[in-house]
Design a protein around this ligand. Sequence first.
Ligand code: BTN
Length: 244
Amino acid sequence: MFIGNKLLQFEQVSSTNDIAWQYAGDEGSNGLVVIADEQLAGRGRRGDAWLSPPGSALYLSMLLHPDVSCRHPVMLTIWAGLGVCSMIERTLSIKPQLKWPNDVFIDGKKVCGILVEQRLDWFVVGVGLNLAIPPQHFQAAGIHHAVSLQEFTDLPLNHLEVFDHLKTEWIQLYTELISGNHSRLLELWQEYSGLLGKAVQLEASGKVWFGLIRHLNWDTIVLEVDGNQTSFQPQAVTKLQIIT
Ligand code: BTN
């Protein structure tokens, strides 16, 4: 499997996504992974900056030129997030939550963010996984809902070892993705998101909806509102949150 066959490591970069993009178009770089100790201009979704202090997190980008059937940002985002969730559960016996669209939470706090970028039929999947960022860093940056994995385990967390575990999960799940048999991936999505059957607030096309999630896959999210079912295209859904 090609994912991670080529690994580029840096001490300091602007953004690992930017480095990965330099190799787009080169078929031999399909599956290239870029890892850095520190990012000076790490970016998150909606143009936000991504806090990237040195030596305390996994900053990773993966360049993909997927088969036509998998050139789907939502699918790739969920695939990457599920890989992170199952890696955390398998290695640390902690059950994370996959929050829409691409955040991994533990105990109500964000431990990982995923940024999928697309240019033509190439994708860069950027993953920022907080391993041991001191809480003061988050506070100083005004980030109040973030946490590091180290807070949940006494095991030492080395970013390259964590990547190795992640790679194993991603490869397994990618094999299922390209096989076209998505039943286990969709089950995992339901399991880690906890969305199916739940009362949610959903935002799409500038409107807010309240209802029950009745169906969840890459192409359609079905919401039941007052007994009527409405379908949404996942890429149009900007917010999907369980109401507690
Ligand atoms: C989010 O907003 O939740 C997504 C954050 C993604 C951050 C990662 S860190 C590695 C990669 N390089 C970047 O510049 N961003 C992503």
